[in-house]
Structures are given as C-alpha cells and as structure tokens.
Design a protein. Structure first.
Length: 234
C-alpha cells in the first residue's frame, strides 16, 4: 500500500480490510478510538472481554511491523484512508483524504496522541459512509460509518443520528444495549459548529484541521479540496 505524505512512504502499511471480520476488531477499535470512560460498556455490547481487546490491540492493530490501513473510496476518485500509526510508544490513528493511489494526503483528523479533530460533519459522515460504489477497500456502509465515527464532531446532530449509529453497531456485531451505546459514543465526541465560507465547509473546533483560524488549520486550497470531495450528493 502507498500513502504519499507524513512519512508514511517509509512505513510498513498493510490492507486492513481482513481485520473487519475479526470478532475483536470492532469493540477494540471503538473503545480505543472513542475512549469511553468505561471500556466494558463497549465490550459487553459485543460479548467480549476487555482484556482480550487489549491483547488484540497490542498483537494485531498496534503491530510496529504491519500498520493497518482501511481504504474508503469516494465517488470522485478520492479516498479516505484510516491509518494506524504504530511507532513504538507513539500510537495514534490518522484519517487522511488522498487523491487516487494514496497521493497528496491531507489530514482530516488525528485521534490518540496529539489529537486534531473533528474532521467530519454529520452530513459528510453519512455521505461518505453510504457510498458503496468504490472498486476496492471497505464498501459496506455500516463498516464505513463506524470506521469514520472517531473523526466525527458536530453540534447539530439530527434526531436520527443515534438510530443510524445503533444500526451500524448491530450490523457489525453488537447485540445488547446498542441504542444506549450509540448515544454514549455520540455524546463523547466533540461538538463544534460547521458553516460554509465561500463554498467551503469549515469547523470552529479549536484543534480541527478544518478550522481555517485554528492552529492546525489547513491551507484554503486544501480545505476546498476536502469540502468538495466530501460534499453531499445534491
């Protein structure tokens, strides 16, 4: 696999799609990326043990010799790559928008370590999750939604947001209290306001890459490229 930028050219990237069928993947991913105060809330919903998730994370997701990448193709040829950064004692997850083939990577968000988020509004999350026409990578909408959920942050969540996340959790293996878990996960995400400025969707999140006035804000041309690639289908 190839991603051009942020030093990823030098690291052992692997296709992470096969991980999605592991019974420990989703509870491990959601508890580590969304960082609930009580991991057991997530693991009980999936019927697994917290200790097993810790071991799975160390052995599979945080392997310094194999960094999982989850590719989510978009309708215009861009792709969102969810990348595990696995240097020893420096673990985090990058959410990158790339041009075809992993070129010109733009950070949407970083979760874990020095966090920079959110990277997605709720409408963008739904549009990106629902696109199932990519010829490669993760194409199942519910899996796409849960992979992108840690990059979400939006003050104006619609009434159906909890039900949508609960349906995705159920589809990916959660069996009990999914409505409560969905509500809890959403409540613990950032809540910035999004607005349009000259046709570009921007955030007021303090450390959002998509806040042009923030310390981590991207250049105007990059913000336009991201906004266009993630725009809702009209």
């Amino acid at each position: 696999m190839k991603i051009a930028g942020y030093g990823y050219e030098q690291h052992p990237l692997i296709d992470g799609a096969a991980f999605l069928s592991d019974p420990l993947f989703w509870p491990t991913y959601l508890s580590s990326m969304l960082m609930p105060q009580d991991d057991s809330f997530v693991t009980e919903a999936f019927g697994v043990e917290v200790e097993d998730c810790y071991e799975y994370s160390d052995r599979r997701l945080r392997d310094p010799d194999a960094w999982p990448v989850f590719q989510l193709g978009l309708r215009d040829g861009h792709e969102v790559n969810v990348v595990f950064f696995n240097l020893p004692r420096e673990y985090f997850c990058d959410f990158l928008l790339c041009r075809p083939g992993g070129e010109y990577a733009l950070r949407l968000a970083t979760v874990g370590g020095h966090e920079m988020r959110p990277g997605l509004s709720w409408p963008e999350l739904g549009t990106t999750a629902d696109f199932s026409g990519a010829p490669y990578g993760v194409v199942e909408p519910n899996a796409r939604l849960l992979l992108l959920l840690p990059a979400l942050g939006d003050r104006d969540l619609p009434p159906e947001a909890t039900a949508r996340v609960a349906a995705a959790l159920t589809s990916c293996g959660a069996g009990t209290r999914v409505d409560d878990l969905a509500a809890y996960l959403l409540e613990n995400l950032p809540r910035p306001t999004w607005r349009h400025v000259d046709g570009v969707r921007v955030s007021d999140g303090r450390y959002s890459m998509r806040n042009p006035d923030g310390p981590a804000g991207l250049a105007p041309a990059d913000l336009l490229e991201i906004s266009t690639a993630l725009a809702e289908i009209s």
